[in-house]
Design a protein around this ligand. Sequence first.
Ligand SMILES: Nc1nc2c(ncn2[C@@H]2O[C@H](COP(=O)(O)OP(=O)(O)O)[C@@H](O)[C@H]2O)c(=O)[nH]1
Ligand SMILES: [Mg+2]
Length: 230
Amino acid sequence: MVLYKDGKVYLKIVYWGMGGSGKTTILKTLYKITKESKKDIIPIGELQIIEKDSGATLYFDRGLFQSTKQKKVFYRVYTVAGQKGFSPLRRKIFAKTEDQTDAVILVIDSQTKFLQDNVESLLELKNMARNRLINEIPMIVMLNKRDLEDIIDVEDFKLVLKDEKLWYEPDNKLYIWNPLIYSSCALYEKHKEIYRSFHECARRTVLYHIYGDGKAPSEEEILDKSIVNI
Ligand SMILES: Nc1nc2c(ncn2[C@@H]2O[C@H](COP(=O)(O)OP(=O)(O)O)[C@@H](O)[C@H]2O)c(=O)[nH]1
Ligand SMILES: [Mg+2]
């Protein structure tokens, strides 16, 4: 949920995906990249990584980032625990009534053998978002682990999105908000598309917030967006 505090805006972005798809690794790599080099966002404080074997009862990670161009804009970034038994916890992170998610990044484990698990994770997300994906909640997709062999074809995953009604044709005004699909690698040594995908998600989140009043803005509504440097 968009929170306002002392003139600052806090937007909530969630990395969603099956267990082991790379969400925690992505968040750690994003943190390192934005800490070590000059980017449009910087991390504030440390990441909170709560792993299963830590004995903690809460299984999620979170981090806070700040826009360096719009210093009043902050991003509260979460990952969910992907394992099947953690659905109630995911609901708590994603759809808590007083703290709804503003944007989602779906992280897919690209290995072909996990296609069905990925689809199940997407179905759960759809169910929790109650028809608000894309039209109210901007969505980005990462086909992660592209460094591995035997991986899902990008076009095939696009078909999954089409089947799930998460892909609009050019005649639809939501067409411009179709999820961008990034082919990523989260491992820090060979990281790929980690910063770029987050940046695009953050950009969309701000546009939905500023121009759409919490909904996908039309092209006309954002036409003069060039004057706003996000
Ligand atoms: N080869 C490869 N391994 C990855 C990549 N991203 C994550 N991993 C590995 O996948 C495993 C699960 O990653 P993790 O971030 O814990 O997944 P999470 O459950 O989604 O948070 C770890 O061993 C990571 O090192 C990637 O892009 N390529
Ligand atoms: Mg994790």
